[in-house]
Structures are given as structure tokens and as C-alpha cells.
Write a protein that binds this ligand. Sequence first.
Ligand SMILES: *[C@@H]1O[C@H](CO)[C@@H](O)[C@H](O)[C@H]1NC(C)=O
Ligand SMILES: *[C@@H]1O[C@H](CO)[C@@H](O)[C@H](O)[C@H]1NC(C)=O
Ligand SMILES: *[C@@H]1O[C@H](CO)[C@@H](O)[C@H](O)[C@H]1NC(C)=O
Ligand SMILES: *[C@@H]1O[C@H](CO)[C@@H](O)[C@H](O)[C@H]1NC(C)=O
Ligand SMILES: *[C@@H]1O[C@H](CO)[C@@H](O)[C@H](O)[C@H]1NC(C)=O
Ligand SMILES: *[C@@H]1O[C@H](CO)[C@@H](O)[C@H](O)[C@H]1NC(C)=O
Ligand SMILES: *[C@@H]1O[C@H](CO)[C@@H](O)[C@H](O)[C@H]1NC(C)=O
Ligand SMILES: *[C@@H]1O[C@H](CO)[C@@H](O)[C@H](O)[C@H]1NC(C)=O
Ligand SMILES: *[C@@H]1O[C@H](CO)[C@@H](O)[C@H](O)[C@H]1NC(C)=O
Ligand SMILES: *[C@@H]1O[C@H](CO)[C@@H](O)[C@H](O)[C@H]1NC(C)=O
Ligand SMILES: *[C@@H]1O[C@H](CO)[C@@H](O)[C@H](O)[C@H]1NC(C)=O
Ligand SMILES: *[C@@H]1O[C@H](CO)[C@@H](O)[C@H](O)[C@H]1NC(C)=O
Length: 363
Amino acid sequence: MTVKRSSAAGVCWTLLMGCVFAAHAVTFEVMDGNSTCIKADLNASFSITYNTTNAEGNGSSCGGAGVPPELLVSFGAGHALTLLFSRDGRLYRVANISLQYNLSDTSTFPQSSSTGLMTVMTNATEISARLNSTYRCVSSSTVSLSAEVNLTFSDVRMEAYMSGANLSTDESVCSADQTVTTAAPTQSPRTTAAPSPVPPPAPERGNYTLTNRNGTACLLALMGLQLNITHRSKSLNQMVSEVVNLQPNRTTASGSCGFTVATLVLTEDLTNLTFTFTLNSTTQKYYLSAVNVSAFWPDMTERFVEGNGSLNFLQCSVGRSYMCSAEQTLSIVPSFSINTFRLQLQPFNVTASRFSAGTDRRS
Ligand SMILES: *[C@@H]1O[C@H](CO)[C@@H](O)[C@H](O)[C@H]1NC(C)=O
Ligand SMILES: *[C@@H]1O[C@H](CO)[C@@H](O)[C@H](O)[C@H]1NC(C)=O
Ligand SMILES: *[C@@H]1O[C@H](CO)[C@@H](O)[C@H](O)[C@H]1NC(C)=O
Ligand SMILES: *[C@@H]1O[C@H](CO)[C@@H](O)[C@H](O)[C@H]1NC(C)=O
Ligand SMILES: *[C@@H]1O[C@H](CO)[C@@H](O)[C@H](O)[C@H]1NC(C)=O
Ligand SMILES: *[C@@H]1O[C@H](CO)[C@@H](O)[C@H](O)[C@H]1NC(C)=O
Ligand SMILES: *[C@@H]1O[C@H](CO)[C@@H](O)[C@H](O)[C@H]1NC(C)=O
Ligand SMILES: *[C@@H]1O[C@H](CO)[C@@H](O)[C@H](O)[C@H]1NC(C)=O
Ligand SMILES: *[C@@H]1O[C@H](CO)[C@@H](O)[C@H](O)[C@H]1NC(C)=O
Ligand SMILES: *[C@@H]1O[C@H](CO)[C@@H](O)[C@H](O)[C@H]1NC(C)=O
Ligand SMILES: *[C@@H]1O[C@H](CO)[C@@H](O)[C@H](O)[C@H]1NC(C)=O
Ligand SMILES: *[C@@H]1O[C@H](CO)[C@@H](O)[C@H](O)[C@H]1NC(C)=O
């Protein structure tokens, strides 16, 4: 039995007051010899409340002889998500979802008054699909596993009891997505002049480093950035959402490193982008606290200038680097968002010009 992870998994941890939120985007393939029995591509986030005073696929099984196939995704220090499948002659479904989390993992559950492994599960799931089809659900859906634990799935594409090595092109679309697809044809067919909503390919990953006066690196950032700006188009005279990749080889990085505030300014021909990171010295955590953009793209009727100074994204303990391999969207203002790809950054306490261990716990 082998489990291949086809794409790197990212774990981005955000700590709220006595609450943990973990988002996980992952692609999995469970194989028995040379044949594939389960493939899954999904985002799962957990919201767990705990009392106060951070993937690896392993143990998955193709089942057989009365044993159901199972997809087990373990992550961090002792946390695991398990999906158990069942089938009848026509459909397969997720019969049981269970989440095991480890309250003794103090980096994820700081100051938890309880310790040890907790397991919550439910048999009430709505995930089912026709046999030999791929279950697709881009919309997010939340399953409550207990009073304290909610699990949210999104961007799910998966198939169990597979008859081939690839996800079936026949899709069973969840009901939440169907309302989206039926809404599409209501657009006037005469809007053919509208720019095609095909997003550009994933951006190249930039390597942006700031150095202080004596030449030592003080801020490290590796990331692919895609900017999504809603503005009035000059050619169409209507509002459009334009998505543009930042090209690393045309971008220069500048800014400043401080003890509690660091800024990274990325300048491209037609775009200026400023990230401000703040260190809370009480909690010893840093976060992305502000983003400002100024852009004047060819199809804009006027310069687009926006910013938000009260953000709390990418939170991480000082002395560690923040990692998220999966695509992540940072909504800055309603008309401006940033999609990040293969992100790793460290704005404070950089030593020897290298990243410290990430919070991405791919064991
Ligand atoms: C898997 O495929 C390889 C190459 O196609 C073949 O050499 C091998 O015997 C196969 N193994 C099994 C268990 O079918
Ligand atoms: C938190 O503590 C309260 C009171 O002691 C208890 O009723 C509750 O079950 C606890 N919740 C968790 C998640 O441990
Ligand atoms: C839920 O499913 C599990 C595993 O199949 C089973 O052991 C358990 O009894 C079920 N619980 C309920 C409430 O049906
Ligand atoms: C699924 O595909 C397999 C292999 O092609 C076939 O044997 C089986 O009858 C199919 N099942 C259904 C329900 O279409
Ligand atoms: C789980 O979802 C329910 C219903 O949306 C909500 O009332 C509850 O606060 C959520 N619990 C957690 C721990 O997020
Ligand atoms: C990023 O650039 C620095 C300095 O130019 C270099 O030392 C480092 O190896 C680069 N990192 C990657 C992942 O390319
Ligand atoms: C210059 O580098 C040394 C280590 O090489 C470091 O201790 C010192 O803080 C640096 N100076 C400044 C102004 O950052
Ligand atoms: C860009 O933003 C618009 C409006 O928020 C959204 O509908 C669209 O899906 C976004 N596109 C991408 C590629 O992020
Ligand atoms: C930047 O990189 C892209 C893709 O690798 C390449 O097509 C382009 O010519 C490069 N531009 C410059 C100015 O080097
Ligand atoms: C630091 O975090 C603590 C606890 O969340 C909060 O009370 C405090 O206001 C924060 N300090 C700053 C300067 O943001
Ligand atoms: C970016 O900043 C530079 C320097 O402040 C300025 O000259 C330029 O016009 C700005 N570009 C945009 C698109 O706002
Ligand atoms: C970060 O750097 C500051 C100042 O150099 C130091 O006081 C602090 O202990 C460092 N924190 C960690 C977690 O390395």
C-alpha cells in the first residue's frame, strides 16, 4: 500500500483566542500495487474551540474483504483526519468523518487546560457520488463534528473505488455548486467582448530579500503573487476583475527591517505593492498587518490606490518562518485581493540569511 502526495501540502496556522484554525490543501492518491483506488484533492479547515488556562498521508487503505477504503491525512503533532467510504451498486459515499487532534501539542493549542488525544466523528455527511464518477464540490461546506469542532471542506475533487488511475471525467457535482453553474447562462450572450475570465497561469515564485546596513539578510520572502483588482475597464467601460501576475524578474524589493515593524515594498513597472509586518512583543507573534497597492495598468481608467492597515494574516511565532505551499487568497479590500502561491516568509529574527523551521509541519 503506498500513498503518494502529488502536490505539497500547506498548513497555515492561525491562532485566535482559545481557538485554532488550520487550513490544509492537499492532493492524495492511495494505491494498491499499481492500481489507484482513491484520489482526493481538497481543502479542509478545522475550527476547534478549547479551554485555555500547529501532512502527511499514511495509514490510508484501499480496503477489501469487508473493510471499507479509508483516506487518512495526518498532520502536525498527532492530528489526523480520516474519511471512511462505503458503496452500494450505484453510489459511493463518505460514511464517516473523524478528526483526531492532540491537545498536548502546545504549539497548536497554547495553554490548553486539557491534554491528550481527542477524537470526534460524525456519520452524517452529505458527500456522495455516482460510482465511476468524481465528486466535485468547489463551494465550501461545513460539517459539525461536535460542539467544539467544525470542519470545512472546499475545492474538493475526489474519487473512491476508482476503476482507472485518473479521476473520472464524469463528475457528480454537489448541490451547492449546481446553483453556481445554473447562474452562469443568465449572463447575456452579447457580452462576448468581455475579457475572458480565464485566470493567468500560476505566477512564478519570486525570491525577495532585504538586507540591513551591514549586508546581512533581515527579511526573507519566497512567493508567487497574483493581484486581483476590480476596476473600470477603459476598453469596455464597465467594471472588470483583472488578474495579473507579479513577474519576479521585473520586480525590485526594497523596504526596511525593524524590531517590531518590517516593510517589504515590491515595485514593478505598473504596480507598487507594500507589505507591513508587525511583531506583537507580548504574544511573540508576527503577522501581516497592512497591505497597500498603487497600480496603473493599461486598461485602467485611473490609477488604482487602495490599502488596509488593520489586517491580521499569516500569523506566526517569531523565530519561525510562515509557510503555505497551497494557493491562498488575502482579501485586502473588496476591490483588491492577492493570491499567494508557494509562500515562505520570515520578516523578523532572520539568522545566517536562512529561513528558520516553518510552521508548515510536514513531518
Ligand atoms: C507495476 O508496473 C510496473 C511497470 O509497469 C511493473 O513492472 C510491475 O510488475 C507492476 N507491479 C504490479 C504489482 O502490478
Ligand atoms: C471547558 O470547560 C467547561 C467547564 O469546565 C466544560 O464544561 C467543557 O466541556 C470544556 N470544554 C472542552 C472543549 O474541554
Ligand atoms: C458511525 O460509524 C462508525 C463506523 O462505521 C460506527 O462504529 C458507529 O457506530 C456509527 N455511529 C452511529 C451513531 O451510527
Ligand atoms: C465502473 O467501472 C468498472 C470498470 O470499468 C465497471 O466494471 C463497473 O460496472 C462500473 N460501475 C458502474 C456502476 O458504472
Ligand atoms: C460551528 O458551527 C456552528 C454553526 O455554524 C456555530 O454555531 C459554532 O460556533 C461553530 N463552532 C466552532 C468551534 O467554530
Ligand atoms: C534567494 O536568494 C538568495 C540571495 O540571492 C539566495 O541565497 C537563496 O539561495 C535564494 N533562495 C532560493 C530558494 O532560490
Ligand atoms: C550587523 O551584523 C551583526 C552580525 O554579523 C549583527 O549582530 C548586527 O546586529 C548587525 N547590525 C545591524 C545594524 O543590524
Ligand atoms: C478576482 O476577484 C473577483 C471579485 O472578488 C472574483 O470573483 C474572482 O474569482 C477573482 N479571481 C481570481 C483568479 O482570484
Ligand atoms: C522574465 O521572465 C519571463 C519568464 O521566464 C521571460 O519570458 C521574460 O523574458 C523575462 N523578462 C526579463 C526582462 O528578463
Ligand atoms: C498583542 O496581543 C495581545 C493579546 O492578543 C493584545 O492584547 C495586544 O493588544 C497586542 N498588542 C499590540 C501592540 O497589538
Ligand atoms: C510607484 O512608486 C514610484 C515611486 O514612489 C512612483 O514614481 C510610481 O508612479 C508608482 N507607480 C504606480 C503605478 O503607482
Ligand atoms: C528575536 O530577536 C530579538 C532581538 O534580537 C530577541 O530579543 C528575541 O529573543 C528573538 N526571539 C526569538 C524567538 O528568537
